[in-house]
Write a protein that binds this ligand. Structure first.
Ligand code: NAP
Length: 194
């Protein structure tokens, strides 16, 4: 069984973006020490367009071979003219409004998203599935998540886009790892207790 990991950047108060989803205030924390961590531990989460400048050209995927995002997140790439933002991964986009995939590497899911994720998890393979976001899709997949990797940035928004756009429900996780950085970023890894 492959793992579904929600690897996500958020504020101290648990928001993944401002009320419109914009997370650009967090970009300032990508300094040398933190970038080195992401490059060595999560190289495949750097968009294809930036891999060369991050020194990641040709670097193999380490943890994930698939990325799942909702159209709200994928739209950021589309608006920038990029149809395959993670071309080094298999890309899955949840959408009911996009009729046709703009790129052969991007699979659109319009039907039962949870069922599709269960199929992906049931595949054989050493690498897992990265749930990129955003809030709506993460909310629907909350019960399927096996691992949370929360990159907490030292900012408080007060309100914004939550990590999960889900109804109330208690889901328990066990802390596996904590990494902290000189710039105040803390990366916590949890596994789901079932
Ligand atoms: N901080 C971070 O690490 C991080 C990571 C990722 C994203 N984000 C932010 O999150 C924001 C987007 O989040 P969001 O919650 O607005 O959108 P989202 O979850 O990315 O996408 C929502 C869209 O996905 C489609 N969808 C949802 N459920 C579906 C289902 N069951 N089947 C098929 N399609 C489904 C719908 O598209 P249709 O309308 O086409 O049906 C829906 O409008 C972005 O602004 C981005 O910046 C932040």
């Amino acid at each position: 069984m492959r793992k579904l990991s929600y690897y996500v950047a958020c504020t101290l108060d648990g928001f993944i973006g401002d009320p419109h989803g914009d997370a650009s205030s967090m970009f300032q924390f990508i300094d040398e020490e933190y970038a080195a961590f992401m490059n060595s531990e999560y190289p495949e989460t750097i968009p294809t367009a930036f891999r060369e400048s991050f020194g990641l050209a040709g670097v193999p995927n380490k943890r994930f071979d698939t990325v799942i995002q909702g159209l709200g997140s994928y739209r950021l790439a589309l608006d920038a003219g990029v149809v395959s933002p993670y071309a080094h991964l298999r890309e899955i986009v949840a959408t009911r409004s996009l009729a046709e995939s703009p790129d052969p590497n991007v699979e659109l899911v319009a039907g039962d998203l949870v069922a599709r994720v269960r199929e992906l998890k049931a595949e054989d393979g050493p690498l897992g599935i990265w749930l990129c976001g955003g809030a709506q899709v993460a909310g629907q997949l909350a019960d399927e998540i096996d691992e949370l990797v929360i990159k907490s940035y030292p900012q408080v928004y007060g309100s914004g886009m939550p990590m999960f756009g889900a109804g109330f429900g208690i889901r328990d996780f066990a802390l596996e790892d904590v990494r902290s950085f000189g710039n105040g970023v803390v990366v916590r890894t949890y596994t789901r207790k079932r």
